[in-house]
Design a protein around this ligand. Structure first.
Ligand code: FAD
Length: 414
């Protein structure tokens, strides 16, 4: 059994792990990334938000991504029966990126790790973290198992847990906490989109609302493949019987808008089911470690915030670790936990209000209020720390309040 010493051990090579690794390596720290799978590997999370472009740019990972010609996402469309609500990221309250991508994650994540490897970052694939011991000062000894079953140890001053749904430290340190969101589940696959219409209509990312808790995502990729996924209450999704393909086919029939486009289209892989996908933790950091991305928190796919939180938290964690290793004081509670929770709280309100129906009232209300639309658009672009935006600053009450006004207007006109 060998022992290796590093400054920072990163668990997982998804976008969170890659962004953290890129930053720390640039700062001259000794970093090791341990990844359980061999890349490319499938993972869900294909619709990005403009905010994450800031992170990739800052750690110089944007150029390698630009070369991949991913489908550009410059907004998002929500449908509900005949009602349509289109968001255009160039019309938003907060300054910042007005586009991003729709990406097949197998290719996206491999592009990031290939780039890091060419820069000399140490990434070990097909190696799994199975145990971690911390001493009183926060120094850790991590046991890693390779594909031959051999075990090695890595000693680190800090661990960044970016293991996504692997949730390595939340499991090992008993940090798991039930999410306060509703029990929602999902089933998804990729299709060769042979009936895709030409132009904007064919490539626009769309969320088709079936009912209050139930919706379908359609995320077209530049390759001609499209990701389709169905989301609903766990109870509703469990009421469908048969194989996962049979279930998804039956669910697709419930979409008036898309049932024809995807009728009889072959699934590229057996649809994957994730039950009760929302996750939370008791704390985001501890002595010698920090949790980033999905390992820390996952809310809901409805506003595509997952990857953006993964990169936001990774970049911040990497900066704070660098500061700490330079012997500067870091207040992890304020500088990391409070900051991340602020953004998570904003999105959590939007997710909750989506499923109460209040936000759907705002989205589909006609005539649209252009100012409100710009402010909500900034939230949907991931700029959830901009307190000049009333829909960020007053998120707890504003969505509810505007929905109430819409209800009153409706009552008056009836
Ligand atoms: P991941 O990308 O999951 O990477 C974690 C890595 O850690 C994996 O490669 C894994 O193999 C590795 N790992 C795990 N355990 C170990 C271990 N023991 N040792 C070593 N390595 C390990 N987000 C969006 O932004 N847009 C979307 O459209 C979107 N849609 C979603 C739809 C659904 C149904 C769900 C459930 C989530 C969706 N998400 C979406 C969220 C998105 O999947 C995640 O937020 C994102 O992938 C998190 O990135 P990450 O780097 O934290 O983790």
């Amino acid at each position: 059994m060998s022992v290796e010493n590093v400054d920072v051990l990163i668990i997982g090579a998804g976008p969170s792990g890659s962004v953290a690794a890129s930053y720390l390596h640039k700062k001259g720290l000794k970093v090791k990334v341990v990844e359980k799978n061999l890349f490319p590997r499938f993972v869900i999370g294909e619709s990005l938000l403009p905010r994450c472009m800031d992170h990739f740019e800052e750690v110089e990972l944007l150029d390698c991504l630009k070369k991949r010609d991913y489908e550009v996402k410059d907004g998002a469309r929500f449908l509900r029966g005949d009602e349509v609500c289109n968001f255009d990221f160039s019309k938003k309250h907060t300054k910042g990126w007005d586009w991003t991508w729709q990406v097949p994650r197998a290719d996206f994540d491999k592009t990031l790790t290939d780039e890091l490897i060419t820069r000399g970052v140490d990434i070990s694939f097909e190696e799994e973290v199975i145990a971690v011991d911390f001493n009183e000062d926060g120094f850790s000894e991590t046991t890693i198992k390779n594909k031959l079953g051999e075990r090695n140890t890595v000693s680190a001053k800090y661990i960044i847990d970016s293991s996504g749904y692997g949730r390595v430290l939340p499991r090992l340190l008993d940090l798991e906490k039930s999410s306060e969101l509703l029990n929602q589940s999902s089933i998804f696959t990729h299709v060769k989109d042979i009936n895709r219409p030409e132009g904007w209509e064919g490539t626009r990312i769309t969320f088709d609302v079936i009912d209050l808790r139930t919706w379908l995502w359609v995320i077209p990729f530049s390759s001609g493949v499209t990701s389709i996924g169905y989301v609903g209450s766990t109870e509703f999704l469990e009421s469908f019987k048969g194989t996962s393909s049979e279930k998804l086919k039956a669910m697709l029939k419930l979409s008036n808008y898309y049932s024809e486009r995807f009728e009889g289209v072959e699934f590229q892989f057996k649809p994957i089911e994730i039950s009760n996908y929302s996750k939370s933790v008791k704390q985001l950091y501890g002595k010698g470690y920090v949790l980033t991305g999905n390992s820390a928190e996952f809310l809901d796919p409805v506003f595509s915030s997952g990857v953006t939180f993964a990169t936001e938290s990774a970049l911040l964690a990497a900066k704070l670790i660098t500061k700490s290793l330079q012997k500067k004081t870091v207040d992890w509670e304020v500088e990391y936990s409070d900051y991340m929770k602020k953004g998570v709280d904003v999105f959590a309100t939007y997710v909750k209000e989506w499923y109460t129906g209040n936000l759907q009232k705002l989205f589909f209300h006609k005539p649209e209020n252009p100012e409100i639309k710009k402010q909500i658009c900034s939230v949907l672009a991931g700029y959830v720390w901009d307190e000049t935006n009333p829909f960020v600053k007053n998120h707890h009450r504003l969505v509810k309040a505007v929905a109430h006004v819409i209800d009153m207007e409706k009552e008056k006109s009836e």
